[in-house]
Design a binder for this molecule. Structure first.
Ligand code: SF4
Ligand code: SF4
Ligand code: FES
Length: 527
């Protein structure tokens, strides 16, 4: 491993490491536009020039490997002069429309101009005119004049999404970024190009001009849309989510996420959220307070004749609930209700070789680990549904609406009418919730703390970023309250306390605790 000196700091790095990577890993800032850790090296922007003693000229840090006894200066007078020159070239044809650019606050050109640029322009000629603000894909707007031709977007589409629709056309000062004819920048990860574009050339149609980025706070969490569990940041202003951004986790999603997951933030604030407990009154469902709804459920679980025992009650949990919630639900059904009829449904859909997984929920792995399935002769979902018409199943407690995406959902809906009592706990109104005797409004993943276990058995933290709407509560809190009303108290102050309980009971989770999970996850041997 070579040992060398950067800015008087002695550093050791693996053989083959570039000066730029070694510097960044050790907290030394070298400005760069075209370099991106997850893309091949291009070396075209020249912003990362550094001085290496005994080398005749400045060299680019992104494509020069470290060597024993190398001495590097990242901010010497020679380097600063060259950097100012690069900035001057970058800005010659740039439109300088920062006041109306939505990249402001996260633009490298602006940042480096402040740090390394010169305060005046010597350019007196006509600026090159290029096209402004036009759509190059379903989700993306391109401003050709702002593009600095760093080719990050080109490499992303070639190397990561492997769709190859973006290229540099023409040569010299006529060069421009374009899309091959007949195609759009429409791959399933296209919005990642707006993350990596270092300037305001590629922007998201969905996010642009909604909010200035410096007003946003960021909360680390996990995408809820499939079992890959991509790491994200939830960006919020005034209790409203404006966007999700991918967060680096090399074991899960590198630094990427798919468009569908990214745009799913809209579900959190949609108009069809359930906000109050509802009870059936004739053909209608009317809002009530939590205490009343829970008391009605405690009574309803005894059936119409007041004599139904646990073997005629079924519980269908959700792969969208956290591990902590799945654990409490299973315990509630098995111990408080006394049934082994427990299961959960997972919606399946499109998958690819990159990140997108077939299971369209964040936590089917955790639901399995928390043993949300029938045991000791209990019924699974299809037997529970079949048992409704034979009278074997009289009462159902269902979390989520994934059941409705299964085959024969119409038949399932019809058969639910034969139950003595139906409780549905969910985040949004659905055909299923409309059938319920009691509806309990629950919080989405963005409104609570907890953990999900992804498809590869990595347990990861979700964190509350916004308040749940109205009276809705996290599933764990609802189950805990209901359990108390039913004389089987499971009182916890936080999901972290429930995880401590899980660690005691489920062998694969014995070493799991919130501290150990951190922000990169903790691998367990999932079932
Ligand atoms: S559009 Fe952005 S990412 Fe693509 S080459 Fe231009 S500046 Fe770079
Ligand atoms: S791949 Fe899955 S987890 Fe990742 S962003 Fe897309 S939907 Fe979300
Ligand atoms: S970052 Fe090194 S040349 Fe662009």
């Amino acid at each position: 491993m070579p040992t060398f000196i950067i800015d008087n700091k002695k550093i050791t790095a693996d053989k083959g490491t570039t000066i730029l990577k070694a510097a960044l890993d050790n907290g030394i800032k070298i400005p760069h536009f075209c370099y991106h850790e997850k893309l091949s090296i291009d070396g075209c922007c020249r912003m990362c020039l550094v001085e290496v003693e005994k080398m005749p000229k400045l060299t680019i840090a992104c494509n020069t490997h470290v060597a024993d006894d190398m001495v590097v200066h990242t901010h010497s007078p020679k380097v600063m002069k060259a950097r100012a020159g690069v900035m001057e070239f970058q800005l010659i044809n740039h439109p300088l429309d920062c006041p109306v650019c939505d990249q402001a606050g996260e633009c490298r050109l602006q940042e480096y101009c402040f740090d390394y640029g010169v305060p005046h322009s010597r350019f007196r000629e006509e600026k090159r005119k290029k096209r402004k603000r036009f759509s190059i894909g379903e989700h993306i707007v391109f401003d050709e004049e702002r593009c600095i031709l760093c080719r990050r977007c080109v490499r992303f589409c070639r190397e990561v999404s492997k769709t190859g629709e973006v290229a540099v056309f023409n040569r010299g000062d006529r060069s421009y970024i374009g899309i091959y004819s007949g195609r759009g920048l429409n791959n399933k990860y296209s919005l990642c190009t707006t993350d990596i574009c270092p300037v305001g050339a590629l922007t998201s149609k969905d996010f642009r001009f909604k909010v200035r980025v410096w007003f946003l706070t960021e909360t680390e969490s996990i995408c809820p849309e499939c079992s890959n569990g991509c790491n994200i940041k939830i960006c919020v202003r005034n209790n409203k989510i404006y966007r999700y951004l991918p967060r680096q986790n090399d074991n899960v999603n590198d630094t990427w996420m798919c468009n569908q997951g990214r745009l799913s933030y809209k579900n959190v604030h949609s108009d069809d959220r359930l906000t109050q407990p509802l009870i059936r009154s004739g053909d209608k469902q009317v809002p009530v307070k939590w205490d009343e709804a829970l008391a009605i459920i405690a009574k309803g679980f005894k059936g119409r004749d007041g004599k139904v025992d646990g073997s005629h009650i079924g519980g269908i949990g959700s792969p969208h609930s956290t591990n902590e919630e799945g654990f409490l639900f299973r315990r509630f059904m098995r111990d408080a209700i006394g049934t082994n009829n427990i299961d959960f449904a997972v919606i399946k859909g499109y998958k690819d070789d990159m990140l997108i997984k077939e299971e369209k929920a964040a936590n089917p792995g955790g639901a399995k680990d928390m043993t949300l399935w029938p045991s000791n002769g209990g019924h699974g979902i299809s037997d529970m549904i079949g048992g409704i018409s034979t009278g074997d199943v009289k009462i159902l407690y269902i979390i989520g609406r994934d059941l409705m995406e299964l085959e024969k959902s119409e038949k399932i809906l019809d058969s639910l009418g034969n139950l003595d009592f139906l409780v549905v706990q969910d985040t949004h109104v659905s055909d299923l919730s409309r059938k319920a005797d009691v509806v309990l409004p629950s919080a989405t993943f963005a409104e609570k703390d907890g953990t999900f276990t992804n498809i590869n058995g990595i347990v990861q933290r979700i964190r509350k970023a916004v308040d749940p709407p109205g009276d809705s509560l996290p599933d764990w809190e609802i189950i805990s309250r209901l359990s108390k009303v039913m004389g089987y108290p499971m009182e916890y102050n936080s999901p972290e306390e429930i995880m401590d309980e899980i660690a005691k009971e489920i062998p694969a989770y014995k070493d799991v605790n919130y501290k150990g999970i951190g922000n990169q996850g903790f691998k367990v041997n999932s079932s």
